[in-house]
Design a protein around this ligand. Sequence first.
Ligand code: FAD
Length: 504
Amino acid sequence: MSYKTTFCTYFCSFTMNATIIGSGIAGLASSIHLARKGYQVQIIEQAPSFGGKLNTIILGNYRFDSGPSLFTMPHFVTELLDPDLVQKFQYFKLPVLCNYFYPDGSQFHASSQIETFIDEAAHFFDEPKSKIQRFLNHSKRIYDITSPVFLENSLHRLSTYTAPTGIKGIANLWRLDMFRTMNRALESQFSNPKIIQLFNRYATYNGSNPYKAPATLHVIPHLEFHYGAYLPKTGMRDIAEILYEQALRLGVQFEFNSRVNRLHVENQSSKPRISRVITEEGKEFKSDIVVANVDIKIVYQKLLQKSLPPKIKNAENSSSALIFYWGIKQKFPELDVHNIFFSNDYREEFDAIFHRKTIQKDPTVYINITSKLVGSDAPEYGENWFVMINVPHNSGQDWKELVGIAKEKILQKLSKLLNVQVSDLIETEAVLDPITIESNTGSDKGSLYGSSSNHRMSAFFRQANFSKEYDNLYFCGGSVHPGGGIPLCLLGAKIVNKLIPEVH
Ligand SMILES: Cc1cc2nc3c(=O)[nH]c(=O)nc-3n(C[C@H](O)[C@H](O)[C@H](O)COP(=O)(O)OP(=O)(O)OC[C@H]3O[C@@H](n4cnc5c(N)ncnc54)[C@H](O)[C@@H]3O)c2cc1C
């Protein structure tokens, strides 16, 4: 807090209030930025605790992270922390990014060491090392071009394009491979369908379809291969815990179990502004700045009672997920922290998700097992399996029926590939589906990442981090620029911080 603000806070009773709606990762990060800027920050959260999708489930002797399981770019978290909290926030770097199981029974361990990955992938997939190296170099190049323009700044401010990095980015747009799909680009480079499937999978990191999404999304592997994959020392929830601790230390106030249902608009100045944030119980929070960390569709339709701008209304939702949290009473040495059991027909699987809006009969199954590194997450004899498949967003399907069918298919597939009757090993179970994802966190139709990136202009169709209509309204989180996933949500909070004025 600046001297001027501190002085005013105590002697002139002058404070600037910033109200943040929602305590997801981007809301927590924004609260830290704004408190450091001198605002008196309050977060209004409908749930009994902070973190949004970054939460925990405890079932008997098993603990599970309920949402995100893959942690990349930890520096976006540590840069928000005081030095002693940086020391406190510990995480493991994973030696293996993912264990891949193919339907024919073959297995590939993707090393996080880039040279080892290239050597082993060249051997396993029978592809020249030079091609794999070229693909990863290309991934890095896309990151270097897009990061300063698309990820670290507002896409909706002229200054982004007139800055030297913006000019360079625009001059290099042709290198981004925007006019082919991810799959088409991979097919032109590799001949083994297994390596094509492996790299196509990165589309799911933001809920997209590799058979539709532009090849620009081949930027995603760079995040894992260059920056690494991590797991916080006692699980993903640590990320939310440490940001919460930092926020409290900076004086951020939390109002839990409080659902915001209206923003009061004041029309006294040339541009309307939000003067108060009002909850369902009728509590009012006077606000000089409002940051919405809830799904953008909630902001327009519910909090402002307005219709959606066409570009948001027409954007295709990202995929959702169906997750089984299984306490498994056996250990599986052949499994790692991240494991993928691929489907036979990947194109058909995405067609089911994005076009037919159902679950295909042989879905790709992802198993995350934090107890591989966090011993306390499962009893000595067992493992905590977070078993997830990608599914369409909710559009009125019979989820009870789909969940039952999917469970059967998943058990059949895993039992066959692991050579054991998995259903006999399940000690405890909980299920999360698109309906519960929406009811827990407010994400429209249960989509994990807001809108998909299936269109080459998707980045431009997302809501900007500021409102053009209301003077003091800002947006952060997975449904607005630059998109979903922990790193992008943290970058969104950083952009919001750049846009919000200092306290005078
Ligand atoms: C199953 C699953 C797996 C995922 N896997 C990964 C992964 O491996 N890696 C990764 O990086 N990302 C992953 N993601 C995506 C990632 O979790 C999200 O992009 C990110 O956590 C979203 O954060 P957010 O800031 O947008 O807020 P959210 O987490 O969406 O939180 C929004 C908050 O707002 C609150 N809220 C909503 N409406 C109101 C209201 N009216 N009043 C008050 N409060 C309200 C909600 O209760 C919630 O706490 C996954 C997501 C899910 C669900």
